[in-house]
Design a protein around this ligand. Structure first.
Ligand code: T1G
Length: 705
């Protein structure tokens, strides 16, 4: 533990500068608010001090309370720094660079002035970790920018760039970032004698907006209803801002505190904090040397201009990385480019992209028709047809034309990467970089480590994902790698329960009530039933014992391929994506279920939920047992960002811990007796159950677990 003070105090030209220095993000960890209080008391007592500047050392102002500290009981501070800021008699200027988030922005709001460099960002993202701004933010922000704008920031938790924050009234001045400290001291000297001090807590004028539009709070509750299903924090945020418009400041603060305390130890907040840290932990690969010299990847190439290849090319263009898109067929290449243009045009139409940004990104994508034209790229991702002979042919060509130091990645979703690497002379430079559909949207970026992949190649691929704002997740080379493999039992149970007579609409309702945005059968209709049908046929051709699924097979063979044929598991009215229960499907299920000798029976919602999710918990344990993933929380992150698992439940293993490893193991062992081999419990699950361990804390023994 270094003994460098987390808060420094020095006086320059009559201005007391309070510097928060608590790397890496100046979180309000132990000693920080105490240091701020001591500095304010010192400056107040010093007649030579005319004003204060509060500034962050390193890369940021203050990123908020120390989230790691929430689960630790800490004695409340003698004086809360926010209150003392509101009471001091000398002006305080907050000088913001990097981020001012959560308690960081709340400190700035308790100051009298706020200045920022142009690329700084401010926000109150507490709702994203299941709580609400507990340092006066729900009471001061509405007083500064009006309740409507405050509601938007607090309920979405979004980061607001400094120029917009100035527009809103949060920031008083945008200053040159070359010497923020100097600019802040000069600003403080200019306003040192200005009185009365502009205390945000004393302002009431902006609150009048709520009198003119009292319905804004219920309107906000209505607008978030679908996304906030099952959650409390978003609604408590609205209640706290509403309190600011109805109560005097001190009472509003008390109400904010009450609502905050209701949330901070809730299951939702614990789950969201778990997800926050799991998304950072996943970047770490134990055993990789810290000082690895990684190959630089500044230019990319993508082979295959189909839907995946186009989306992958977009993912680089979106991150400002020049990318060549190769397809030997001019027609396929043109169609792929048109699809990219259309995708960007939709974003421009929606307002999430400007026309200028679209043009900039298109300019970064260069269509080419020969392998020779991509030879100078630093790395290439292959995204051609999912057939091994085709992949091998592509990698032979890549090995021949790519410069010697180029990395060769494949986007295959399940094929053996060792076989692909084996056709090259550089297997150590081959790895999997598996995107999820749509490639330019889904954040999950599965990095697959083949037998001969070098550590530098693995680390470079992990970094590449992060550089394009995705979440890189380590997976070992096996059928389905980690994410898709962990979901196979879920898909199998989904279909087996149909064969036992349950209906798609009952299963989908259970999963939507659990928190999924859409049920698994409606998702299957969206992606097309023929895709998994073709996979089953391929597997059957390779393995005669492979078990086909009579009901979905029958649907596809009668042309019910899903939304695209206005009929799948559900019926669809033309032009309407609403899934409607189908009598045709119900009759097919009854017939096939009878043929299979299943007697019609009722299913409880709990049985449906547990059969779908416990199978994957068991598979998570097998994947970890085999060292094909590093830690359980990595698999949780894959489900959050690959399969839409409800974030406010933390992740599949985190949710499993709310039931307990022992109960889950016992249930799986019982289903193993009843249903046979695919329910064989994992040894690691049994071992975790026997020691009453936490599923979410499991780490593969291959990685020091
Ligand atoms: N507390 C503790 N650790 C934090 C932290 C925080 N608030 N923010 C980041 N870290 C760690 C993170 O785990 C990682 O650690 C390292 O810092 C770098 O983070 C009273 C109660 C600021 C935008 O929610 O959004 O204030 O992995 O990889 O990509 O109302 O971190 O290196 O060991 O994310 O540059 C509100 C959360 C808290 C902000 C920087 N504040 N942080 O992103 O780096 S609640 C937040 C972020 C609150 C008050 C309430 C991001 C970032 P490690 P990183 P980055």
């Amino acid at each position: 533990m270094n003994d460098k003070p987390v808060v420094r105090y020095d006086v320059e030209n009559g201005i007391a500068v309070i510097t928060i220095d608590n790397p890496p993000v100046n979180a309000l960890g132990p000693g920080v608010t105490e240091g701020i209080v001591e500095s304010l008391e010192k400056g107040e007592a010093d007649p030579n001090v005319k004003a204060f500047v509060m500034i962050g050392a390193g890369r940021s102002f203050i990123a908020g309370a120390d989230i790691r500290g929430f689960d630790k009981s800490r004695p409340p501070p003698k004086r809360r720094s926010y209150e003392l800021l509101d009471e001091v008699n000398k002006p305080v200027v907050a000088a913001i660079h990097g981020y001012a988030l959560g308690g960081g922005l709340e400190h700035a709001l308790s100051c009298h002035y706020r200045i920022a460099v142009a690329d700084a960002k401010v926000g109150l993202p507490e709702v994203l970790i299941g709580i609400l701004p507990g340092g006066g933010g729900t009471q001061r922000l509405p007083r500064l920018i009006g309740p409507k704008a405050a509601l938007d920031m607090i309920v979405t938790g979004r980061h607001v760039p400094a120029p917009e924050a100035k527009e809103l009234g949060i920031i008083d001045d945008i200053v040159d970032g070359a010497d923020l400290r100097g600019a802040a001291i000069a600003y403080a000297k200019r306003i040192a004698d200005a009185r009365p001090l502009p205390r945000v807590s004393a302002r009431e004028d902006k609150l009048a907006e709520a009198k003119a539009d009292p319905g804004m709070f219920d309107a906000m509750r209505k607008s978030i209803a679908r996304k906030a299903r099952g959650q409390k924090a978003p609604y408590h945020c609205i209640a706290a801002v509403e309190a600011a418009t109805k109560l005097p400041f001190a009472e509003g603060i008390a109400e904010e505190r009450r609502l905050f305390l209701e949330l901070v130890s809730s299951d939702e907040a614990k789950a969201l904090r778990y997800a926050f840290f799991a998304e950072r932990e996943i970047a770490r690969i134990p055993g990789l040397p810290k000082d690895l010299k990684l190959p630089e990847v500044k230019t990319m190439a993508v082979v295959g201009a189909g839907t995946m290849g186009g989306g992958i090319a977009m993912s680089f263009a979106d991150a400002g990385v020049p990318v060549k898109l190769l397809d030997a067929s001019k027609e396929v290449l043109e169609r792929g480019l048109q699809r990219i243009r259309d995708n960007y045009a939709v974003s421009v139409k929606r307002g999430s992209l400007t026309q200028e940004q679209m043009d900039e990104r298109l300019a970064l994508i260069t269509p080419v028709e020969t392998y020779e034209e991509i030879g100078d790229s630093d790395a290439v991702i292959e995204a051609v047809f999912e057939q091994m002979p085709v992949k091998k042919e592509v990698f032979q060509k890549l090995d021949a034309v790519m410069k010697p130091e180029a990395l060769l990645f494949t986007n295959t979703s399940a094929l053996d990467i060792d076989q692909i690497a084996a056709v090259t002379k550089r297997p150590e430079m081959v790895a999997g970089t598996h995107y999820f559909v749509p490639a330019n949207v889904m954040k999950l970026f599965e990095v697959v480590n083949a037998s001969k992949t070098a550590p530098t190649t693995l680390a470079a691929a992990m970094k590449l994902g992060r550089d394009i704002n995705k979440i890189s997740a380590y997976a070992g080379n096996c059928d389905g790698f980690a994410a898709n493999r962990s979901r196979i039992p879920f898909a199998l149970e989904q279909n087996l329960m149909i064969e036992e007579g349950t209906l798609p609409e009952q299963v989908d309702k259970v999963m939507v009530d659990f928190g999924y945005p859409v049920g698994p059968f409606a998702v299957a209709d969206m992606s097309g039933l023929d895709i998994s049908y073709d996979t089953r046929k391929r597997r059957k051709a390779a393995d005669p014992n492979y078990r086909m699924l009579t009901i979905p097979d029958r649907l596809v063979e009668m042309g019910r391929k899903g939304l695209k044929t206005s009929a799948g598991w559900y019926d669809y009215e033309p032009g309407d994506r609403t899934p409607r229960p189908s009598e045709v499907v119900k009759e097919i299920i009854r017939e096939e279920s009878e043929k299979l000798g299943n007697k019609p029976r009722a299913f409880t919602d709990e049985e449906i939920l547990h059969r779908l999710l416990f199978g994957s918990i068991n598979e998570f344990c097998k994947i970890l047992e085999e060292g094909k993933a590093i830690r359980a929380s990595d698999l949780d992150v894959m489900w959050l960002h690959g399969f839409g698992f409800p974030r406010w439940r933390g992740g599949l293993m985190f949710w499993g811990d709310t039931i307990g490893a022992r109960e889950i193991y016992n249930q799986i062992a019982a289903w193993h007796q009843q249903y046979g081999r695919h329910w064989k419990p994992s040894a690691l699950l049994r071992e975790t159950a026997e020691r009453d361990g936490k599923l979410s804390e499991i780490r593969s023994k291959a990685f020091g677990g």
